[in-house]
Write a protein of this length. Sequence first.
Length: 284
Amino acid sequence: MPTAIAVTSADMALPAQDDRTLPAVVLHEVDRRPLDHVLTELQALIEAHGHVIVVCSRAVPAGVERRLHTVRSILESDRIALFRPELPPLGLAVLARQLRQLASCDLSPGVLASAGRLLTHYIHAGALLGSVARLDRVPVPVGLTSHAKSWVPGSQFGVIAHPEPQLVRIGPEARLKGPEFRTSMLLARGQLQSDWVTAALAPSWRVQGLREVPLPAESAGWWGTGKLIEFCTYLPDLSVLYQLVGSVRRNSCHWCGIDVIGDRCVFCSATAPSYENQLQLPAG
């Protein structure tokens, strides 16, 4: 069986992108259900799939992360990878779906888990906001957010959280730097009425396709307001994703032995040893 890709809420399990996209495993309310129920669920996933990659937003309640670490520790398993990249909820849902696409290919669990870090570089995630008064998760230049808070009521703001923080006040000359390669766009509407994303941003970024999905429940908390329209551009084609992952050099984790991309194993958390500063012993 292929590696299981799990998410912590149903709205993070986007509809399949193609016929090969595997379904997501939804771990419902892991911080509220009895511990033994969650343990049994994860143990069954490991037995059925061999390895499990849990894609989890940094906006989830702290209890969710604690429970996942507790389960992993009790099971004493390095077959569960907890992946929590710095992406807004919609961008994270897109990344989880890309991993579900790649899970149907001949990629080892370690390479698949490592691919998540690689693919984040090709995701542009942002939002149109009705307020930036509580925008705390996007590291825009010092003073810019404070200045934006003084702008007149009714203003709207375009924000990019990843890969490069940006903040502009929406007007005739508003521009946000976007991807320099062909992408598709997902759109999720909150309590904000505007066609700026579809009428101005998407054409300026030359997106090849645009679809709407329900707004993730965690989005309002992540962006600091419910008056938003969240958007995300991504690489939709499985062949392109597979080529990207296949073009990167693979290493064997020196601790657990699985193949990985990069210098850190997502499953056992071991980092590649450094030999540069080791003491040179004299010969003889």
